[in-house]
Design a protein around this ligand. Structure first.
Ligand SMILES: Nc1ncnc2c1ncn2[C@@H]1O[C@H](COP(=O)(O)OP(=O)(O)OP(=O)(O)O)[C@@H](O)[C@H]1O
Length: 265
């Protein structure tokens, strides 16, 4: 792994979908500044499924937004497929994001007047390139081939989220980044979405990063990165846990034993 000061990109980094180094980000809040992220480093391997957990306000969404190039850090670097996106500026940054990053949010963000098919195609209609999977193949992959001509208001929340995931994949991105993708769904539907993301990893070799509060969601990942007060508290593999309850117990104990001030879910 390159040192934090390195400006060259190692061959490791080139083969890695995501490398973040020493990310720091603060925000103005009234006459104060809040340090939302304080020196966070991490790497994610090809075809890895990673969950980011942490109490409310620990910096999860800030980290995801930096990984996606939506916001710029005060310090530190984000490398995606060997490209330092933190040194790119528009329009190169927007082009790179469209090609390499698929984004999914809690509130599906589908266009209500467009059919499911056209919602999936939206990034292409907006000038992006289409990857190797056709819209029909994506509809089949998410199990909604018979819903292609439906508009979002005729689809359930889980179906809308599946469409949003397919839309995130149409450009064949290196990374699928999801911020609380199951936050507004019931627990059964939430598991369906998690299974879909795991299949994308298992069958299509996707790299998936999910921000979540929910141990049931984190259990689908290979690895969990835990943030606390803007710093990386710890990371652990999920395979050591027999079920989500065991993961939840370990997570709570880890956050609690790390000192005072942590807000527990
Ligand atoms: N645009 C902003 N302006 C001001 N403060 C911000 C902004 N975005 C985030 N913050 C602050 O940064 C800190 C981290 O916020 P962030 O949204 O990353 O946390 P989170 O872990 O995703 O929380 P939650 O689980 O509640 O969504 C919080 O104190 C938040 O108030």
């Amino acid at each position: 792994m390159p040192s934090l000061q390195s400006t060259t990109v190692s061959s490791d980094a080139e083969s890695q979908p995501l490398l973040i180094e020493n990310l720091t980000k603060s925000f103005a809040q009234g006459d104060k500044r809040i340090l939302a992220l304080n020196g966070v480093s991490a790497e994610v391997n090809q075809s890895e499924f990673v969950a980011i957990m942490g109490a409310s306000g620990s910096g999860k969404s800030t980290l995801l937004n930096l990984m996606a190039g939506i916001t710029q850090p005060d310090q530190g670097r984000v490398l995606i497929d060997g490209t330092e996106i933190t040194s790119l500026r528009d329009p190169a940054l927007t082009r790179f994001r469209r090609r390499k990053i698929g984004l999914v949010f809690q509130s599906f963000n589908l266009i209500p007047t467009l059919t499911a098919r056209d919602n999936i195609l939206l990034p292409v209609l907006a000038g992006g390139e289409q990857g190797p999977l056709s819209v029909n193949e994506l509809l089949e992959r998410i199990g909604l081939q018979d819903r292609a001509t439906h508009r979002p208001d005729a689809l359930s929340g889980g179906e809308q989220q599946r469409i949003a995931i397919a839309r995130a994949l149409i450009s064949d991105p290196a990374l699928l980044l999801a911020d609380e993708p199951t936050g507004s769904l019931d627990s059964v539907t939430s598991q369906t979405i998690c299974r879909l993301m795991k299949e994308l990893r298992d069958d299509l070799g996707r790299t998936v990063i999910v921000v979540t509060h929910e141990p049931d969601v984190a259990m689908w990942a290979d690895r969990v990165i835990v943030l606390r007060d803007g710093q990386k508290l710890t990371e652990f593999e999920t395979k050591q846990f027999p079920d989500a309850q065991a993961l939840a117990a370990f997570y709570q104990e880890t956050v609690l034993s790390s000192g005072s001030g942590a807000e527990i879910l």
